[in-house]
Design a protein. Sequence first.
Length: 384
Amino acid sequence: MNTLSISYKTAPQSVREAFSFSAEEQERFYPEAFVKLPGVSQCVILSTCNRFEIYFDGGRENIKPMEKLVCENRGISLREVLRYFNVYEDGGAVLHLTRVASGIDSMVLGEDEILRQLKEAYGRALENGATSSEFNTIFQMAIAAAKNIKTDTGLSTTPVSFGTLAANEVFHMPGEQKTVLVIGATGKIGSITAKNILSHPGINLYGTTRSMHGNVEWDVFSEGAHMVPYKDRYRYMDEADAVISATTSPHYTVTQEELEKYLKTKKPRLFIDLAVPADIDDCIADMEGITLYNIDWFRETAARNTRYKREQAQVAEERAKSYAEEIKKELTLHDLIEQLPELRSTVEKNGFDNLIYSLRNLADGEQVETVSRWLIGFLREYGE
């Protein structure tokens, strides 16, 4: 297998966008590649905002023709973009695929989205007859390996973004149903946090913004999410189990003096301040039932999780190499199994001794040592 890759690591966004393939364009490209490149019979295109990759079979002699074909398809000069291509062959291509599927090669380490995108890309190629047994084995094993790596290392379950960390703190609160107020919900951090929270069932979410004028469209609006006037925020805090503030205002959005006037219901409440400068008066932490996390708490938590993810990434790298070796072994065994009838007939005709002695003429020293260890191990395992 060969791989041509253009990714965020080396190529600017303009180049990546130029190589963006829609699902329909991918489906049209496969038959074109098989006609124009006789040595290619299998092909999978992965196209995302951060990378374009094309996996195809055949020897290295197919690499340059594929580069030309892809550039012709996109109407781009190969000379202008050649420096952005990364090329992987054989075992290197298998390892690269395993790393990509696992999120090790992603901009956000361990992200899950790339695995979903890869599964869809492979599924599309499969439906269009662009893969056969070799690529089916490679991609199915790489996808299964990625799932195991993510589960075993925790790469995907260790958040480092403030929005995800804040949402997780809300999820960890007791009770299946939770009411959440997000102040500054139309801002960058506020909207990300709101979207993360809304991904969890049992959430009743209110959002407000300090710059609200009339009817403001809220892109996270959905069932269970409501926009409310900023001036009414304290009234909703009495109902809320969690209050998150993420504005760019130089003034407090929550003060102890005002909050004390509105909190009538006694229950545990979580207040999260994601703003710089602070949105929430830290004196509220002294009020009964209130837990306050400020931006410093999230910075420390994010830094700790980042260190952990980096450690786990090293483990994931080793696991990816191991799985890539398993895929290579499986492919080799596939080739051998297909020739078993002929091999069995030849051995019966010429004798098992001749098979062993042929190692002297047909194998180098390393191969002889490997086969010898394998046969002796087989004898110990299955011999009488």
